[in-house]
Design a protein around this ligand. Structure first.
Ligand code: HEM
Ligand code: FES
Length: 401
């Protein structure tokens, strides 16, 4: 049993066992979430360094090239390449697993945005990866520096310049939403946010402006320097000569990826359709009633039934704002997992309290009291005890949905 401290400062035991006695699958899920986050952060660091490099296009193509050894070449060393490839593989696979594991399509808009932008990243980036990474492995003479890249995008295949812009927007928004939803719950965000929030906007905007200015410079150089134009044309011809192989690689990669995405959504859909005849009930304080399929979390049932229910972290088990007191039917809920235990301890949850986003209703019915009003924001998540004391003193009647 895991010890925690409730709001009156008394130590108590959380039901569900210690971390080591939790079922293996639960511990795995928790480890996978952390690994997905870590891999996402590695990818985001790579993308951020890439964008800084692109932003230098506002100075000159030469400045972009001069900064490249510092900003990009570390990722092309063997350890850098292994780290980046492993992060991409691990994050992509765990991202698809997270989709397959969902049991309901009742997602917040942020979650939909996060999933859709994550999924479109691969098709949007595939041509860029083939051009800048894969072909130079096949042809050692091919040097995809910024001059070649900008000339290729703005002169030879302008449609890919548009794809590139879309890719930057999709990858950046996806990564930054992930980073923000994780960091915003931490007390350190109050200070960290002052630095990071402007960067979230400045970095992609300057990178896109650098990409446009660099493109203009490359076009001017193509017109003014016949030797450079001939060298670029020769490189493009080498790439064009390998078009059949590159097309085959692209088709293979996209088919495998598309297949995995279909499997993930197939599993999700089969979960949604399974058991849809059988209904389970949640009775809330204040007379509200929610209904759903067995296996859905209490939060999923609330959202699907239109019952207002706080869920600041979007159901990731991090914020604690969805906490409920289970008044009856606790045995009908799934056991507590390690993430839930940790968050319950952090918010000083009392005995018999559960996170609605983690507790799944397996039996017929459960009666709960929502302990946070539906309107809570990150303030309640960062300082659960202080916030609860302040809010119950000022608006006691709104503490239920
Ligand atoms: C360079 C590309 C990418 C970057 C920088 C990136 C970054 C991130 C970050 C920082 C997070 C938050 C981590 C977390 O909360 O666990 C995240 C979450 C996620 N990513 Fe990515 N990601 C990228 C590509 C992808 C791709 C290709 C996929 C799809 C296969 C994907 C699917 C997901 C999913 C499903 C989530 C979690 C959403 C949820 O919590 O339900 N990501 N990503
Ligand atoms: S919604 Fe954040 S912990 Fe449940």
């Amino acid at each position: 049993m895991m010890a925690a401290i409730n709001s009156s400062g008394r130590r108590f035991q959380l039901a569900g066992g210690s971390l080591s006695t939790l079922p293996f699958s639960r511990r795995m899920q928790s480890a996978q979430r952390r690994l997905r986050l870590l891999a996402g952060l590695v990818l985001l660091a790579f993308v951020a360094m890439h964008l800084v490099n692109a932003a230098l296009g506002l100075v000159s193509i030469q400045a972009m090239e001069q900064a490249r050894p510092l900003l990009q070449l570390p990722w092309r060393t063997m350890p850098g390449l292994v780290l980046l490839s492993a992060a991409a593989l691990v994050h992509g696979v765990l991202g698809l697993l997270a989709i397959a594991r969902r049991r309901s399509l009742a997602l917040s808009r942020t979650d939909w945005l996060q999933i859709v932008l994550g999924l479109v990243t691969t098709p949007l980036l595939i041509d860029h990866i083939l051009f800048t990474q894969v072909f130079s492995l096949v042809d050692a003479e091919f040097k995809p520096d910024f001059g070649l890249l900008l000339a290729a995008y703005w002169h030879y295949v302008p449609a890919n310049a548009l794809l590139q812009v879309l890719a930057v927007v999709a990858v950046w928004v996806h990564g930054v939403v992930g980073l923000y939803t994780w960091l915003v719950l931490k007390p350190a965000w109050r200070r960290l946010g002052l630095v990071l929030t402007p960067l979230f906007f400045i970095l992609p905007v300057t990178a896109l402006l650098g990409f446009v200015q660099g493109g203009k410079d490359a076009m001017a150089r193509l017109a003014a320097e016949p030797d450079w134009q001939a060298a670029i044309a020769a490189s493009m011809a080498r790439f064009a000569a390998a078009k059949a192989q590159m097309d085959a690689l692209r088709s293979l990669a996209l088919s495998v990826y598309g297949g995995l995405v279909l499997v993930a959504f197939g599993v999700l859909l089969s979960r949604v359709l399974r058991n849809r005849q059988r209904k389970v009930d949640v009775r809330y304080d204040g007379g509200l009633h929610g209904q759903g399929r067995p296996g859905l979390s209490l939060l999923e049932i609330s959202l699907a039934s239109g019952v207002p229910h706080a869920h600041v972290c979007g159901g990731r088990g991090r914020c604690g704002t969805c906490v409920v007191a289970v008044d009856a039917g606790a045995a009908n809920l799934s056991p507590i997992g390690s993430d839930e235990q940790a968050t319950l301890a952090r918010i000083h949850a009392g005995e018999g309290q559960r996170l609605a986003c983690q507790a799944r209703l397996l039996g017929d019915t459960v009666c709960v009291t929502c302990l946070r009003p539906a309107y809570v924001d990150v303030t309640a998540a960062r300082d659960p005890v202080g916030w609860t004391a302040a809010s119950t003193a000022s608006v006691p009647s709104q503490a239920t949905p």
